[in-house]
Every structure is written in structure tokens, then in C-alpha cells.
Design a protein around this ligand. Structure first.
Ligand SMILES: [Zn+2]
Ligand SMILES: [Zn+2]
Length: 359
């Protein structure tokens, strides 16, 4: 009996169908409604629709933006919902019409979880700003589960030498810092300040130094000074002990300040550290206004810009650059069963520095 069924499987063009029929259910960490606690449930493994793939999730980063799903802060979320948009995994099944990816391929999905190809931004090729952008964990179930379905256009290939646990945080925190910096107009040799040494900042410092900038890390307190240097900054400025904007001016002024810590007050205080034509590049998502006077902007023609993540091809650029230059996230890992603990750890702000759920 056993031999016979084995022969059948080997002859099948589907290859690993047998595995699929054995593992029908999966563990999922879901949120049942706005503000609800995580609960671990069994669900049937979904099948991918046309244009989609089924991913066997290996690791999923925990991002502060998962709070949109946990607390219901994003309009139109349907519950129960599985959070997670820093997904690294393996393609388990291809939906109809997906020809550019293959089963067994390692892929990631980040914040950019799909676009419609039809809105004005997409027609202009600006997929990043698609007005119907889909976000994993918000628009559809994300990576806090053993298997997930994603649209093929959301996939990014993961380079062989990057582990799943390292790749996952690079798909949101990584791409955001990498992409913001490479579109910031700073040139090699320019002074670039990275405000905040946390989940975003510790990656921002690494990317900025590999881009050839002179990096000034700006943190509160002295405890991260040694780490900031190790990550690639040549200067550390303790904003608690000194006026950080003045300290930057003493160094000639920053061409770019990458503002990663979600403190509008700290960003406002740092603005005068910019050089002429300098840019405050904002990626730390806070809800309070940044306070800058028109005179501060006009003097030296300085600007403020925001930046959000990037497309799956930007993710691939990020991953390849990290592979090439040794940029890696510092992570703490938790098993899927402890998703609630992992999320609480991220919220505490004490994690060093990104929390990653492993399957
Ligand atoms: Zn994120
Ligand atoms: Zn669009």
C-alpha cells in the first residue's frame, strides 16, 4: 500500500502534492476585532487564486505599523485579520497564470502588498503611490501565520545568502531607510545625520555609512554611542546632553537628516542642524505636527520630505545591497505561539532592535 502510493506521487507532475494533502491546517495568530488580544487558531491552508501564490512563511517581522491592525486604526479593515508585513518564506503553490515565479523559490513580501495597475499613479509607473495599494496584514491576512496568500506583483526574491530572519525586517524597516536615503540627494562624502537609534535607525546608520556618507548618529543618552559607531557612524551626538542642531552645524551642517524616531518635537529641534539645501527626510510616523517656521525653510532653501517604503523591486534592491555590503538587522526572535509577547516586546521600545516571529 505504502509503496504503491509512493510510486503514484513520484509519477505525479505536481511533485509535492502529497505534502499538501497531509498538512491541511495551519497555525494562525489573528486579531478578532479592533483592540482584541492575539489568539492562536487553526485554519485551513488557503489555496492561491489566479495571479496569487501560496507562501510557506518562515519568518515575519513585527513592525510598529502592525498596531493599525491590532487597534483598528486603519479604515476598512475586516476582522478577523492576521497582521504582518515583513514576510520571508518559500513559494508553496502557484495560482493560475503565475509564470514568473516557481515553486520552492524564496520570496519576501513587505508593506507594498499589491497594486491595481489601473489608477493614475500606476498608469504613470508610480506603483509605490498606488491609490489602491494593498498592504499585507491590513488589506489581506499577513505573515503571522504558517501559510499566506499574496498577489504575485507583491513578491521580492530573497538572495541565497540572506537568512529568512535577516531578510524579514529588511522588507519594511530596511527598505524604508534604504530607499529614503538613496532618494535623498545626499552624495558620497556628505554629512548625513540619522536621528534615533532603534528599529529603523540602526539600519539607517548601516545603509548611510555603506553609501559613503559621513554619518552622525543622534540619540537620546549615551548608552547607544558605542553601538552607533560599530554600526558605521563616525560621530555620535547625545541630544540629551547637547544641542544636537548646533553640534551638526559645528560639523558643517547635515545635507540630510533621516528622522527615524517618531518624535515630532525631536525632529523640530533638529531642523536647524541642516546645511543649505539640506533636507529633513521623515520616516518615523508620528501624529503630532513638526514645527518649522517659513523663515527656517527659506533660509538656505531647506526642505522637509516624507518617505514610505517602496515597491517589491525596491525590496530586491535593498536585499541585494544588504547581501553585498553586510548590512544586517539586529533581531530578537519569538515563535508564532508567542505572537502576543513578540508584539508587546516591540511596543515596549526595549527590543534590540527588530522583533521577528519564526514559524
Ligand atoms: Zn512596517
Ligand atoms: Zn494603482
Amino acid at each position: 500500500m505504502h509503496m504503491k502510493s509512493k510510486t503514484t506521487v513520484e509519477k505525479s507532475p505536481e511533485g509535492l502534492m502529497e505534502t499538501r494533502t497531509i498538512a491541511k491546517t495551519m497555525k494562525v495568530a489573528e486579531i478578532s476585532g479592533p483592540g482584541a488580544d492575539f489568539r492562536i487558531v487553526d485554519r485551513e491552508i488557503p489555496r492561491p487564486d489566479a495571479g496569487h501564490v501560496l507562501i510557506k512563511v518562515q519568518a515575519c517581522g513585527v513592525c510598529h505599523s502592525d498596531a493599525f491592525t491590532k487597534d483598528g486604526g486603519w479604515p476598512g479593515i475586516q476582522y478577523p485579520r492576521v497582521p504582518g508585513h515583513e514576510i520571508a518564506g518559500i513559494i508553496d503553490e502557484l495560482g493560475a497564470g503565475v509564470s514568473e515565479w516557481r515553486k520552492g523559490q524564496r520570496v519576501g513580501v513587505g508593506w507594498h502588498g499589491g497594486h491595481d495597475n489601473t489608477c493614475l499613479s500606476c498608469r504613470r509607473g508610480d506603483f509605490r503611490n498606488c491609490s489602491n495599494l494593498k498592504i499585507p496584514g491590513i488589506s489581506y491576512d499577513g505573515g503571522y501565520q504558517q501559510y499566506m496568500v499574496a498577489p504575485a506583483e507583491a513578491l521580492a526574491a530573497i538572495p541565497e545568502s540572506l537568512s529568512d530572519m535577516d531578510a524579514a525586517p529588511l522588507l519594511c524597516a530596511g527598505i524604508t531607510t534604504f530607499n529614503a536615503l538613496r532618494h535623498s540627494d545626499a552624495l558620497p562624502g556628505d554629512l548625513v545625520a540619522v536621528q534615533g537609534i532603534g528599529g529603523l535607525g540602526h539600519l539607517g546608520i548601516q545603509f548611510a555609512s555603506r553609501f559613503g556618507y559621513k554619518v552622525a548618529a543622534v540619540g537620546r543618552g549615551s548608552e547607544n554611542a558605542a553601538l552607533a559607531k560599530k554600526l558605521g557612524s563616525s560621530v555620535y551626538i547625545d541630544s540629551k546632553a547637547t544641542n544636537a542642531a548646533e553640534a551638526l552645524q559645528k560639523l558643517g551642517g547635515a545635507r540630510v537628516i533621516l528622522a527615524t524616531a517618531p518624535s515630532s518635537k525631536a525632529m523640530s529641534a533638529l531642523f536647524d542642524g541642516l546645511s543649505p539645501n539640506g533636507k529633513l527626510m521623515v520616516i518615523g510616523a508620528a501624529f503630532e505636527p513638526i514645527e518649522v517656521t517659513p523663515v527656517q525653510l527659506i533660509t538656505g532653501s531647506r526642505t522637509i520630505q516624507g518617505w514610505a517604503a517602496g515597491t517589491p523591486t525596491d525590496s530586491e534592491d535593498t536585499l541585494r545591497f544588504a547581501e553585498l555590503t553586510g548590512v544586517r538587522p539586529m533581531i530578537e526572535t519569538y515563535p508564532l505561539e508567542k505572537a502576543a509577547e513578540a508584539y508587546a516586546r516591540m511596543l515596549s521600545g526595549d527590543a534590540q532592535f527588530r522583533v521577528v516571529i519564526t514559524m
